[in-house]
Design a protein around this ligand. Structure first.
Ligand code: TNX
Length: 550
């Protein structure tokens, strides 16, 4: 009897130790789900014996299942097999991905966990993918033969449909692998748009078959200014570009993760790299060289020449075919018009189009508007809509153009009042090329400014003053990562992580559900995942409250 008791005691302590050591999932991830409701049931034990079911014949759901299997393996070391299923009775004891038409929002998810199984449901595969991200983030990082998932129903729905991150691959160039890792970062944070800045004064980074010199000449500069636009240049030839094949591959990589890429071909300013390749595109005819410094140049496209318009159409034709998304970004920012004022051909064009200055708008501003409208109409043939920087509001473009509000939040509110759709990306606080702290002495060189984690968290995309019927025009928000001073991938990550986590919560949660302290408490489990992938992040943002500048 004594022996039996001893055996039972020993067995119980083994069980107890086992239980103590078996880690548990925690659904309070970033961004926080809308609801986590406990269910009366024992935990689900996640072991390598479990299968991941997906509906037979659905390729998107099969890919989702493979992602979940990969994530579980990365997080816990356990490999789970995937299995196509027709019959819901097969679901018991396993993880099941399914589509549920009763879920309202395209990207919402519902996760149900009981001892008998886990179900991840969405109206669309994109919603299921979001649920998979939540489950993934809820797992502890580190080898574990078994993980307990507490029984619960977890639901989430994004507040905004446009949840974006931008990447400037011109000022500095990032390899296709680095761009893919950037997309991985977006996916982990529930983002669904990547704005890809591909052309600018300092380089042309997208292969255009009809104009080979754009990349032969325009993709390379003979040096780069050191520091903050100092007169000293490093004299090192620098550049690179993405072939159309690489672009297709990246577009697919993003699409597999339910991220749409919005390419930007900035015009009529920020075009010097193209003008270096084809000097006839400029008013003076050049010669031009691919810029080695930062800032804004007076040299912009000459709109007096028919050839320039043909060039724009040809480039956009190839771009439209490469990017299946609905939106193409046509820039429109920082275009001084001094050349146009002096260019007889541009002045003739103004006359021919019957353009006359109106109030605050000069004839040249309206010429930019005429270009924008032309491009808008041209791209509509491909079923595309344009998006551009908020300077477009000063050029009388019609309201089918989406406005990206960067010079603060005011242009966004103004654009929405006028009936434009708007993406909020104000420098303060959504420029992630800006510093994250006031005490910059030990920070990598940045553009300037000070956008702390808290400032990003506190950002509200919809201005108070916006009337109810205009609020729907605010599609969402995006952080911009300009790379004048960001020279390598770890530095991109440092600028983005963890501020993107704060932005994710802005874009997923309703304002009343946001809580900065609670967010900070949840953040370390997310940064554990950053470490798992060897991503560089600003660890100091977790332990220190950075003072903002203002
Ligand atoms: C302004 S944002 C720019 C970019 C610079 C950025 C630096 C915008 C439309 N234009 O060309 O890279 O500031 O923060």
């Amino acid at each position: 009897m004594k022996k039996l008791l001893l055996i039972i005691a020993a067995w119980m302590s083994v069980v107890a130790i086992g239980m103590a050591q078996t880690p548990r999932a925690d659904y309070r991830v970033v961004p926080l789900p809308d609801a986590i409701n406990g269910i009366k049931s024992a935990d689900f034990s996640l072991t390598p014996q479990r299968l991941i079911n997906y509906p037979t014949g659905n390729r998107d759901m099969e890919r989702n299942a493979l992602f979940l299997s990969q994530y579980i393996e990365e997080m816990t070391g356990n490999h789970l097999s995937i299995r196509p299923t027709r019959n819901s009775r097969d679901y018991a004891d396993n993880i099941t991905l399914l589509l549920d038409g009763k879920i309202i929002n395209e990207e919402s998810y519902r996760i149900t966990v009981t001892a008998r199984g886990v179900e991840i449901a969405g109206k669309t595969p994109a919603g299921v993918f979001q649920g998979i991200q939540v489950l993934r983030k809820s797992l502890p990082v580190g080898p574990a033969p078994m993980v307990y998932l507490p029984a619960a129903q977890i639901e989430g729905s994004p507040r905004f449909g446009y949840r974006g991150m931008h990447l400037d691959c011109v000022r500095h160039f990032f390899s296709t692998e680095a761009v893919k890792r950037y997309i991985d970062i977006l996916a982990l944070h529930g983002m669904n748009r990547m704005h890809w800045h591909l052309t600018d004064d300092q380089g042309w980074r997208i292969e255009i078959k009809k104009y080979p010199r754009l990349t032969e000449v325009g993709a390379w500069r003979d040096g780069t200014t050191l520091g903050h636009n100092s007169p000293v240049k490093d004299g090192i030839r620098y550049g690179g570009y993405y072939s159309q094949e690489e672009i297709r591959d990246i577009v697919q990589y993003a699409a597999d993760r339910y991220i749409t890429i919005i390419p930007e071909i900035d015009m009529p300013g920020h075009m010097v790299a193209a003008m270096a390749a084809y000097p006839e595109l400029g008013c003076t005819g050049g010669p031009y060289e691919v810029w080695q410094r930062w800032g804004v140049t007076d040299d912009i496209l000459c709109l007096g020449k028919d050839n320039t318009l043909r060039f724009i159409e040809d480039v956009l034709t190839e771009v439209a075919q490469l990017f299946p998304g609905e939106m193409i970004h046509i820039g429109g920012d920082e275009s001084p018009r001094v050349r146009w004022e002096q260019c007889p051909l541009c002045q003739q064009r103004i006359k021919d189009l019957g353009i006359k200055a109106e109030g605050k708008q000069s004839a040249e501003a309206l010429l930019q508007g005429a270009l924008t409208t032309h491009v808008q109409q041209y791209l509509s043939n491909f079923g595309k809509r344009i998006i551009g920087w908020d300077e477009l509001l000063g050029c009388e473009v019609d309201t089918t153009a989406t406005i990206m509000s960067w010079r603060g939040a005011e242009p966004g509110a103004q654009g929405a009042q006028l009936g434009h759709d708007v993406v909020m990306t104000p420098v303060d606080p959504l420029y992630f090329d800006y510093y994250q702290t006031k005490s910059t002495w030990n920070e990598p060189l940045a553009f300037g400014g000070c956008n702390t984690l808290k400032k990003v968290y506190d950002f509200e995309p919809v201005a108070d003053k916006l009337p109810a019927d205009k609020r729907g025009h605010i599609l969402g928000a995006q952080a911009n990562v300009w790379t004048e001073y960001i020279t390598c991938e770890p530095q991109v990550q440092y600028q983005v992580l963890p501020r993107i986590a704060a932005l994710a919560e802005v874009l997923w949660l309703n304002p009343q559900d946001k809580n900065y302290q609670d967010f900070k408490d949840r953040l370390p489990r997310l940064t554990n995942i950053y470490r798992l992938y060897n991503w560089t992040y600003r660890a100091k943002s977790l332990t220190t409250e950075d003072e903002a500048n203002d």
